[in-house]
Ligand binder design. Structure first.
Ligand SMILES: Cc1ncc(COP(=O)(O)O)c(C=O)c1O
Length: 358
């Protein structure tokens, strides 16, 4: 019940234990095609370059930035937590002229302030985190997408959906997102190890027409795409076969339950948790309309030792929750209700344990 990894589905473990096929085996290629199709459904996109990158969520972040940024590109990074800062770090390493637009941690991004920044400078890329795992805030992904598109100056909109994908609405096409990435270990309830990404045709065209080579061989989409698409699949790197079995199964389970039902299950578990925490006298960090269902940031009660309480939860009750990150370290707990973890019985068990400890 921390900020990820979540409880892996038993069926995903089973899938991962199946015999390892060759990475160009025709049956494995069928599995890859199934994954692409299911990822399009979960991301709600028709983008044909929709694939899992080998690596965790950070590999997804690095993939979208390293493929779209060239040295000197003007980039706007919208930041209200740890993961926005990480995007800025990567953009700066790539030689972008990166402007950071910072908001208070625990509060959502304000679209009016974003609109003002977009008037002040023409950007090639505007990037934001949808679900800020460090604070539990949901950012206005749709509004910012609308703002970027309405400028009409061709800027690319990049979105981090590592924590939101599979747990709440993500609508890549509807929100006009050009490059999006996620991870397997949160609401998809698959172990960490893959990073689903998706690029619009406009973004793909820009990658194919770069002035400079993508400065990262492993994550260069112009080469990786040849393994994932087309009639003749070309070797790039050996795919993590069994991880991909796991992702196939996880996506299958999410779509079999139905996206709307899955989102509702997350919302219900979140409401049940908040009600219970408030009964225990605890207060949430984020205002209700901006709370993420899958990442609940709660203030640590006065007089409770953060590390000691989490240690007792782990060893006496077998439950893991997360501590605060960055500015929130020592002040906040982060309780994950992600994917297979988002169930009332898990919430009840945690509330009972917290009551005993407090
Ligand atoms: C919003 C967000 N972005 C990126 C990442 C990085 O993902 P990973 O730790 O899987 O590399 C995380 C991880 O928690 C995250 O929550």
């Amino acid at each position: 019940m921390g900020p990820g990894p979540s409880l892996t589905y038993p069926e995903v473990y089973e899938a991962m234990a199946r015999p390892t096929l060759g990475h160009l085996d025709p049956y494995f290629i069928e599995i890859m095609d199934g994954i692409k199709e299911m990822l399009q459904a979960v991301f709600r996109t028709k983008h044909s370059l929709t694939i899992p990158v080998s690596g965790t969520g950070s590999a997804g972040m690095e993939t979208v930035l390293v493929n779209l940024i060239e040295p000197g590109d003007p980039v706007l990074i919208i930041i209200n937590g740890v993961f926005g800062k990480r995007q800025l770090d990567i953009a700066q390493r790539l030689g972008a002229e990166a402007d950071a637009l910072e908001f208070t941690w625990g509060k959502p991004v304000d679209p009016d302030t974003v609109a003002q920044s977009l008037k002040n400078r023409k950007y090639k890329i505007v990037s934001m985190v949808h679900a800020e795992t460090s604070t539990g805030v949901c950012n206005p992904a749709e509004e910012v997408g609308e703002l970027v598109a309405s400028r009409g100056d061709g800027a690319f909109y990049l979105l981090d959906t590592v924590t939101s994908l599979g747990g709440m609405e993500v609508d890549v096409d509807g929100w006009k997102v050009d490059a999006v990435y996620s991870g397997t270990q949160k609401c998809l309830s698959c172990p960490p190890g893959l990073a689903p990404v998706s690029f619009s045709q406009r973004a793909v065209d820009s990658i194919m027409n770069r002035r400079t080579k993508v400065p990262n061989w492993y994550l260069d989409m112009s080469m990786v795409a040849n393994y994932w698409a087309g009639k003749k699949r070309a070797y790039h790197h050996t795919a993590p076969i069994n991880m991909l079995y796991g992702l196939y199964q996880a996506l299958y389970l999410v779509l079999d339950e139905g996206l709307e039902k899955v989102y509702r299950r997350h919302t219900r578990a979140h409401e049940h948790l908040v009600e219970g925490l408030e009964k225990l006298g605890m207060s949430m960090v984020v205002e209700p309309p901006y709370r993420l269902p899958m990442l609940n940031a709660v203030r640590i009660p006065e007089g409770i030792d953060d590390a000691e309480a989490r240690k007792r939860l782990r060893y006496e009750h077998n439950i893991e929750i997360g501590g605060g990150l960055g500015d929130f370290a020592g002040k906040v707990w982060r309780i994950g209700l992600m994917g297979n973890t988002a169930r009332p019985e898990h919430v009840d068990r945690l509330l009972k344990a917290l009551k005993a400890i407090i």
